[in-house]
Design a protein around this ligand. Sequence first.
Ligand SMILES: [Zn+2]
Ligand SMILES: [Zn+2]
Length: 572
Amino acid sequence: MFVFILCCICQFSMQYKDFVNSPKSDSIFIGLIRGNYRISDFKNDPVVLWLWRSNSNNPEVDSLLKKIHLRKNFHLSAVLRWEAKEADDYETKSNKLYLAAQFDSSAIENFLSFISLGLKHRDPKPIITAFSLPVFSDFRNQLFIITNMVILLFAVVFMAGITYIVVKLTYYLPALSHRTRPRKHSQINDLIKSLILLIPILVLRNFYIIYICYSILLILILNNREKNWLRLNIIALLLIFILSLPINNFVAFLRQNNNSYQLYEVVNYDSFCNLETDDNKELLAYGLKQHGKLEEALSLYEDLYYQGNRNIAVVNNLANIYFLYDEPALAESLYHLAVITNDYGEPYFNLGLLKLKNIEYAKYSRYMEGARKRNFSSLSKEPIDIKPENRDFYRIIFSEKLKFNGITRSIYVLPIFLILILTFLPIKLSPPFYCTSCGRPVCKDCLQQIDEEIICKNCFAKFKSTKKKEIEEDLRRSVRKSRKRVKNLILYALNIIIPGAGLIYLKKHFTGMIIVCFVMTGYIPVFFPQIFVKPSGWITLPFFSIFFFIAIIIAILSYITSFSLIRRHNAN
Ligand SMILES: [Zn+2]
Ligand SMILES: [Zn+2]
């Protein structure tokens, strides 16, 4: 972790790097140590404050840092979150976290940390703060949420499929093992064959292999209605797979290993890396300008402008650079162009500033009024740039080449697709599968018929041994009763393991599947947290308890509904 933090601090703005390497930093540092300077003398210099902070552990620095305005800095915010995580008492944790939020108000890590802190210490204040942060409008957070939602959806559908297959297997396993060769029509033999059929579950214990093996096996025996549910599950999985292809680019972005992340970082954060790009000049130009690289930004904006790309951001931001370079005539003509062609407040505001500089007060107030009319106002003394929108980043990320292997490998999808095709082939064991009286598996060779009723040899012998009709009725009733008891036992066991599974066993597929999916949305983040994507540099206070709490509420609700539905079914 230490290495990570070191790495974070190294990435603190260019300014910081330059400063630390300069002799000036040594003299200030020694001055501070000897007491020649006081740290409050540097209250407006974040670079000195941070240098002193990382060497002295002085709490005064944090309070000074809180008071100055800084450009968003992801890395410093991460360091502070790490300190909050390591801190022992609530007060320090909360202070560090507030400072972290000041450095990077939009990081979703801060949002989650505040909620976690609030829940853990039963204090509503951090939770209110969390929801006041501009988290959901940030591009990185949007990708983070969309990506993990799609992963959750994928996992929920897959786990619902597994549950369906396992429930159907519990129902059909006796019949399946009775039908596999060698056919001996004896219970011991069926038991051994069942165990053999269960090998993939018992030995491999891999959900994917369970899905593949048993869905193929079940195709042989499921009726059409049951097959349709399997098909529906497979089609849903395939659709989500196709949907998840762009998500692979999102993941690359979140892990910071593609160009679009670097562009995003340059535009939004106080960290800079050398980027060469021909496609996204506009974003790069904006980023360069924010980092004070006016010359480079100017040449990019001029390129864009003279190549005919004259959208509002290019025109306005180029004019701003002319403004800063003291070329009022060039700036003004561009501002006028921006004002005529678009209805943004910023060029009005900037034009107003220009007029103020030329001491034309009447025009100044007129343009400022124009900006206000377009819902724009600012206290800035510098011209305001038009920032790239999330739309621009989405355009970039969707224009990147699709990757077929990311959150799922496409090779895994192929077998599932083949199973879908198999379900349409006419391969099926012929019914009946079970004795209508005791529920023992039967086949064509061992079944007996009384009137229209199909029963096993045992039941046939039992019923035929009695001469009297009443005694036969009694026998039948007791056999049926014990069969019902076994069935209920399995039913309740299944429903206790996963609420809703019991309903699938009762062939109430629709409600069963809905409840299983609902439960899975709660269970998956708790039992399989590793499947979700964490962006690089992910540091938060532990928030597992949030998901645990949600999972428990969902589970309680599902248990209540599923058991009451089962009871209602049994009562009928
Ligand atoms: Zn029977
Ligand atoms: Zn048989």
